[in-house]
Design a protein around this ligand. Sequence first.
Ligand SMILES: *Cc1c(COP(=O)(O)O)cnc(C)c1O
Length: 219
Amino acid sequence: MISQKLAEIQKAIPANVCLVAVSKTKPVSDLLEAYQAGQRHFGENKVQEMTEKWEVLPKDIQWHLIGHLQTNKVKYIAPYVHLIHSVDSLKLLAEINKQGAKNQRVISVLLQFYIAKEETKFGLDFEEAVELLTSDTFKSFNNIHVVGVMGMASFTDDESVVRAEFSQLKAIFTRLKNSFFQNDDSFKEISMGMSGDYQLAIEQGSTMVRVGSSIFGGR
Ligand SMILES: *Cc1c(COP(=O)(O)O)cnc(C)c1O
């Protein structure tokens, strides 16, 4: 049962770690069951699916966009999204800023970093992030707030590889914090860890885990 799974995971993670229930591909009835068990943070990887669910579900749900985001789709989520985890370019940030302004909102985002060995993963490297954060364009944005970093580890059974990748993301977070966000208390999120590796991620400093199949079952 979904409520039972949620309770088990909540018990296994520290109180200061945010559990984002990843509900992609799952029907609204599953999300409602989680909601009725007290879950408020939900993660989706597709704009259209998230927006359809947002329309019919209670409005105190906090929606996290965790999948790759195309600039032409930002407008659909800008009115309501709580946190965009997957920002990997200045161009995307510019569009989020523009749509934030249109909706009179400051939209919170995470910078996604490439930490896995696999070729298919999206994300910035450290130098690209520095370039982005020091650009005049970035400094002109008033409707976005960068509140942390996100990353995905390799799909491997080798725990030492996963641990090293999470540790690398934590180190990136710390360097950025010290260089660019020292006086910004809201730059504090490290989104890492999924069903298979959230324990390891928490050991390495995760503040936000994105857990899908362990709550809702396989997809
Ligand atoms: C699907 C997905 C998750 C959740 O994966 P599970 O293994 O089902 O927990 C987490 N993060 C991202 C970016 C995803 O796309």
